[in-house]
Design a protein around this ligand. Structure first.
Ligand code: PRP
Ligand code: URA
Length: 211
C-alpha cells in the first residue's frame, strides 16, 4: 500500500488483476460486475485496516479468553449508480454496516453533479462513513456527497474508489483536506468530456449495459 497525504493506493495482486479486467474493453458485463465486486472487498479491507477495536470477553468450548470487535459503526454510502457495483461485495465481508444511497449524475456539459436522490441512515458521532464510488474524475460528485454527509452528522469520512484522476484527488482534498482516499490506481489525465484516461470508460454504463 502506498500512502501519500491521505491517499492510499492499495496494492494487491488480485486487485491489480481485477483492475486489468475492468479496464479491458472486451470484458463482458457479467465479468465486469464480478471484478468490481471483488475489487470492492479488497479496497474495503484496506480502508478498515486501522479501524479502532474493542476487547470483549468470550468463552471458547475450552476456556475463557478475550476477542476483538470493531469499536465503531460503519456506514457505507453508495453513490448511484456505479457505487452499487461495489456495495454487494462490501456487505459480504461487513454485513453489520448500515447503508446509505446518494443519487448523483454529472451534467454532460458542465460536469457538475446533479443530485436526484438520497437516503442516509442515522450517523453516530463516532461512526466511520465511507463513500463508495468506483470513479473519482473531477471530484465534484465526491465533494457533493461529503458536503451532504457532513450535514447529516458524519465526522470521520473516507472515500473508496477504484480509479481516481490526479485532478479529482487534488480537488477533493482541497475541499475536504481531512478525507482519506483509498484507490486501486491513480490515472494521470481527464479527457475533454471529463472521462478518466486510460480509465475504464463509463462505469455505470458498463455495469448496467446501458451504452
Ligand atoms: C460517474 C461516477 C461518479 C462520477 C465521477 O457517475 O460513478 O459518480 O461520474 O465523476 P466526477 O468525479 O467528475 O464527479 P455518472 O455521472 O456517470 O452517473 P451514473 O453512475 O449514474 O452513470
Ligand atoms: N464516470 C465514469 O464512469 N468514468 C469516468 O471516466 C469518469 C466519470
Amino acid at each position: 500500500m502506498t500512502h501519500q497525504a491521505g491517499v492510499h493506493i492499495v496494492s494487491h495482486p488480485l486487485l491489480a488483476q481485477h483492475l486489468t479486467k475492468l479496464r479491458a474493453k472486451e470484458t463482458l458485463a457479467r465479468e465486469f460486475r464480478w471484478s468490481l465486486k471483488e475489487s470492492a472487498k479488497i479496497l474495503l479491507l484496506d480502508a478498515l485496516a486501522q479501524a479502532p477495536m474493542k476487547k470483549i470477553p468470550i468463552e471458547t468450548p475450552l476456556a475463557r479468553t478475550e476477542g476483538q470487535m470493531l469499536a465503531i459503526p460503519i456506514v457505507l454510502v453508495a453513490v448511484l449508480r456505479a457505487g452499487l457495483g461495489m456495495i454487494e461485495g462490501m456487505t459480504e465481508i461487513l454485513s453489520e454496516a448500515s447503508l446509505g444511497h446518494i443519487g448523483l449524475y454529472r451534467d454532460e456539459r458542465t460536469l457538475r453533479p446533479v443530485h436526484y436522490y438520497s437516503k442516509i441512515p442515522p450517523i453516530a458521532p463516532n461512526a466511520w462513513t465511507i463513500i463508495v464510488d468506483p470513479m473519482l474524475a473531477t471530484g465534484g460528485s465526491a465533494t457533493y456527497a461529503i458536503n451532504l454527509l457532513r450535514e447529516r452528522g458524519a465526522r470521520t469520512v473516507k472515500q473508496i474508489s477504484l480509479i481516481a484522476s490526479k485532478r479529482g484527488i487534488q480537488n477533493l482534498r482541497k475541499a475536504h483536506p481531512d478525507i482519506e482516499i483509498f484507490v486501486a490506481q491513480v490515472d494521470k489525465v481527464l479527457n475533454n468530456k471529463g472521462y478518466i484516461v486510460p480509465g475504464l470508460g463509463d462505469c455505470g454504463d458498463r455495469l448496467f449495459s446501458t451504452a
